[in-house]
Write a protein that binds this ligand. Structure first.
Ligand SMILES: [Zn+2]
Length: 59
């Protein structure tokens, strides 16, 4: 899985003028509100995963 996730909008002001930050991996800077933030992959959601995808009922 790649970690090149790029935000389309600033989560703080909604502007699209984002550029890669200097803080390292996943860091972005918003040129509109001068905020720096970091995207981080925290894990997969268990939601939607079924232990038995065929729908069989445990007996
Ligand atoms: Zn912003």
């Amino acid at each position: 899985m790649t970690e090149r996730a790029a935000p389309f909008y600033c989560p703080y002001c909604g502007d699209e003028d984002l550029r890669p930050g200097e803080q390292g991996h996943g860091a972005w800077e918003c040129a509109a509100c001068n905020r720096a933030f970091q995207l981080k992959f925290v894990g997969l959601l268990a939601r939607g995963l079924q232990p038995n995808p065929t729908g069989g009922e445990p007996t």
